[in-house]
Write a protein that binds this ligand. Structure first.
Ligand code: NAP
Length: 332
């Protein structure tokens, strides 16, 4: 069975949008509840490549997902999630949903191949995407693939960074994790943070700060990424937030780790969001959005915990909520 084609009468019971822990857990539960779910596993784009699987695809070792006492690689964990959903015959399309119409029933979803899918229930589990500083120079070198990226795990091993200094921008867990990872390839690794205290958890801070190859440049913001189209990135111009002074630090790469923005653009404002753009649910225990039949789970709604395990838990809740909602409507 495939998604509905123009002119056919297929109405999906449950469409799940996303491919992180929330989406795959929702798929496992929905499939085992005989909802025959269809997952749109559209993903994050890195260069011209689409990478489904959400943020864990860009993580090295996951040490805090229960059930893996020795830890597990992020991509390996996501592969296992996906395989478990497939085991119960979840149908999967590697496409992004670009538009939704929740004003009529069944709901209509348009994908990036211009195909439409109709559905009684939709679970939005699209996660969040990396933030950028917004500097012209940053975007220039990023788009040209010349040394600016938001994914050390994807790009860190490139020869251009080998044994060269690089900078990781940010002060949270992602920044210290990416900095630690980059010491495998590049030296020294600067963490450029705009304050004088890291936001990262104590254990991860300690690990990074005790690494002789990591140096934190406190109270610093990036004014410009320097370089040219032949050599790529050669440095960054930093501004000291206290003295206002600028200085240039030589680096061959810049790795952004300044947080994420929930992926909600395709919803066209049909669901309510909070001031940071995260989807709002109608109560704290369930996954209902303001539109009955549309549920949301994972990082797209969660600005507080943002963990794989909490996303997976919400995905489970969303599938159970969808199943019960369909039963209440008498939809089989
Ligand atoms: P985050 O905790 O939101 O940290 C973002 C960092 O970027 C902050 O230090 C922030 O500075 C800085 N920042 C934000 N905008 C900036 C800008 N425009 N210019 C300069 N700096 C800017 O994001 P995250 O590190 O990606 O972590 C997100 C969540 O994932 C957290 O809950 C984290 O615990 C979790 N996580 C866990 C692991 C793990 O356990 N292995 C790994 C990665 C992430 P301020 O501090 O000044 O606000």
């Amino acid at each position: 069975m495939t998604a509905s084609q123009p002119g056919d009468n297929t109405i999906e019971k449950t469409v799940i949008i996303g491919s992180g822990p929330a989406a795959w857990t929702a798929a496992v539960y929905a499939a085992r509840a005989n909802l025959n779910p269809l997952v749109f596993e559209g993903g994050i784009t890195s260069g011209s490549e689409m990478i489904p699987g959400g943020q864990l695809m860009f993580t090295t070792e996951v040490e805090n997902y229960p059930g893996f006492p020795q830890g597990i690689d992020g991509p390996e964990l996501m592969q296992a999630f996906r395989q478990q959903a497939e085991r119960f015959e979840t149908r999967i399309k590697t496409r992004n949903i670009i538009e939704c119409d929740f004003s009529k029933r069944p709901f209509v979803l348009k994908d990036d191949q211009a195909e439409e899918t109709r559905a009684h229930t939709v679970i939005v589990a699209t996660g969040a995407s990396a933030n950028w500083l917004g500097l012209e120079s940053e975007q220039h070198f990023r788009k040209a693939g010349l040394g600016v990226t938001a994914c050390a795990t994807c790009d860190g091993a490139f020869p251009r960074f080998r044994n060269k200094p690089v900078a990781v921008i940010g002060g949270g867990d992602s920044a210290v994790e990416e900095a630690s990872f980059m010491t495998k390839f590049a030296k020294p690794v600067y963490i450029v943070h705009r304050r004088e205290e890291l936001r990262a958890s104590k254990i991860m801070q300690q690990r990074a700060l005790s690494n002789e190859h990591i140096q934190v440049l406190w109270n610093s913001t990036v004014e410009e990424v320097l370089g040219d189209d032949e050599k790529g990135v050669t440095g960054i111009r930093l501004k000291d937030t206290k003295s206002g002074e600028s200085r240039v630090v030589e680096v061959a790469g810049v790795f952004l780790a300044i947080g994420h923005t929930p992926n909600t653009a395709f919803l066209g404002g049909q669901l309510d969001t909070d001031d940071k753009g995260y989807l709002k649910l109608t109560d704290n225990y369930r996954t209902f959005t303001k539109i009955p039949g549309v549920f949301a789970a994972g990082d797209v709604v969660d600005s507080v915990y943002r963990q794989a395990i909490t996303a997976a838990g919400m995905g489970c809740k969303a599938a159970i909520d969808a199943e019960r909602w369909l039963a209440e409507q008498g939809i089989e």
